[in-house]
Design a binder for this molecule. Structure first.
Ligand code: ACO
Length: 452
């Protein structure tokens, strides 16, 4: 099989959100902290009649229906999630309810913070390239609910799911031999407490880990791209767009700003001609990589120098993240969805898109896809996402009080044996038609789902 890549994408996010400016006021922080300091406009969250299984069911069903894929065409399916509702039974097995008599589907769940979906995607590509693949397609589903204890991290929550259909002759083809990995042992964000759904998080440390993983991945990515292109490192075809795992948008702007600096460092190392922004970094040559990550003065130099490029190459990919928050595993793929819906097919023809995936603990990778030269196929892919902005605009805004109240309720119910119930319709309303919801839990903790 050749040209293995992404055939189709589908996204799901809850139908309600909280406004970040209102949340600043309610939380008593200075105006602008969440909206400017973190770059977030809105935050999506779930009522208790949705969970990661229901969101995964919805996004998978919608992907199959919208793209007219028969359940028999799928031979591999893995799920990335860090929102565990069962320590043994995987979300993948819940999804088997959608596949009728096709029980011959390889794969289970993959877990490591926000990285599980990317590892599932790598597994899917490996399967498609292997002797075990029988010509069927692969599906990767990411689904998470990001909630934090009350305090400074809570505003960086979010929720959502993404489904990615993979196979040969794709409109977005993975650049083979380009998988720049960085894995390490860190305690920046982890979930060791079985009595709580919340992460144990050192926010500032997690940002440092993210940026240091980005530096490693990017330098390796540039080397791998050059080898794959058969050119020297400075002339390899550069990505037109950058999609990042997005805990909050401002971190992505800072990340992109680092790439401008790393590019300059590469040009100096390889004796290439400087470009217009290199002179901005004059006077900082003596900084080590680590020092360059911790200097606020240098950070603002990088941000200023890269602003124009950021607006063109990364900002369009933040549309969903700014308005839904951090979806965890789906986040980097939501960024790809944003990139596609913000671009026209002619802009994408033949272009490369880079993706940076980060999961605390930690596991990170930078890799890329190249868009087909066929504008009709790109138009088809973009067209299949034309409902997404309408979905964003049609969501219901709820008050910060209500948002905190729902999280309080969730916190009190967590890890306790649920009261058995069975519901004919969503108990909390407000779902889009066609959404799966949690319709019941019985006395043996068995969950059942229905479509609204
Ligand atoms: N107007 C404009 N900007 C403001 C204002 C204001 N009124 N007030 C504060 N700011 C700025 C700050 O200067 C800071 O910007 P800077 O970093 O560029 O200097 C920014 O807003 C955030 O303020 P901090 O005081 O640094 O925020 P705090 O430490 O309270 O929380 C944090 C931020 C650490 C990101 C927290 O939300 C968190 O822990 N989130 C969860 C962890 C996370 O998302 N980590 C990222 C990678 S791992 C992952 O994906 C889960």
């Amino acid at each position: 099989p050749s040209n293995i890549g992404i055939l189709a994408l589908e996204i799901y996010f809850p139908n309600q959100y909280c406004d970040q400016a209102e949340l600043e006021q309610f939380d008593g922080v200075s105006a602008g902290k969440y909206t400017i300091g973190l770059g977030q406009a809105q935050l999506g969250f779930c009522y208790p009649d949705e969970d990661v299984n229901s969101m995964a069911l919805t996004v998978t069903q919608n992907l199959l229906q919208r793209n007219k894929i028969s359940t028999h065409q799928i031979g591999f399916l893995e799920v990335g999630t860090e929102t565990l509702i069962d320590k043994s039974k995987s979300t993948k097995t819940y999804l088997m309810q959608l596949f009728g008599d096709n029980s011959r589907i390889e794969g289970v769940d993959v877990k490591n913070a926000c990285f599980g979906g990317t590892q599932a995607l790598f597994h899917a590509v490996n399967w498609l390239e292997s002797s075990y693949c029988d010509g069927r397609l692969a599906l990767v589903v990411c689904s998470d609910i990001a909630v934090y204890a009350r305090g400074p991290a809570r505003c960086t929550g979010g929720a959502g799911a993404v489904a990615v259909l993979l196979g040969p002759d794709a409109p977005l083809v993975f650049d083979s031999r380009v998988r720049a990995l960085h894995m390490a042992h860190e305690f920046d964000f982890y979930k060791p407490d079985p009595s709580s759904e919340y992460a144990t998080v050192d926010g500032q440390a997690s940002v440092r880990c993210y940026l240091s993983a980005l530096d490693s991945c990017y330098m390796l990515f540039r080397e791998q791209l050059a080898k794959a292109d058969g050119t020297d490192i400075l002339s390899a075809k550069q990505p037109r767009y950058y999609c990042f795992h997005t805990p909050f948008s401002r971190l992505v702007q800072k990340s992109f700003a680092r790439l401008a600096y790393l590019d300059c460092a590469l040009r100096q190392k390889h004796g290439g001609p400087g470009n217009g922004i290199d002179k901005c970094f004059a006077g900082f040559e003596s900084l080590t990589l680590e020092q360059s990550r911790s200097s606020k003065e240098f950070e603002s130099v990088c941000l200023k120098a890269s602003q124009g490029q950021f607006d063109e190459q990364a900002s369009p990919c933040l549309l969903l993240a700014r308005r839904t928050g951090n979806m965890y595993t789906p986040s980097v793929y939501a960024s790809l969805v944003s990139c596609l819906i913000g671009a026209s097919p002619s802009e994408l023809v033949g272009q490369r898109i880079a993706l940076f995936s980060y999961g605390s603990g930690l596991a990170a990778a930078m890799f890329s896809v190249t868009c087909t030269d066929d504008p009709h196929r790109l138009a088809q892919l973009i067209g299949s996402l034309s409902h997404v902005t309408g979905w964003l605009d049609d969501r219901k805004k709820v008050t910060p009080e209500e948002f905190h109240r729902v999280l309080q309720e969730r916190e009190e119910a967590y890890a306790k044996k649920p009261e058995p119930y069975s519901a004919e319709s969503p108990r909390f309303g407000g779902l889009r038609g066609g959404t799966h919801y949690l319709a019941g839990i019985d006395s043996s903790w068995r969950r059942t789902y229905r479509v609204w």
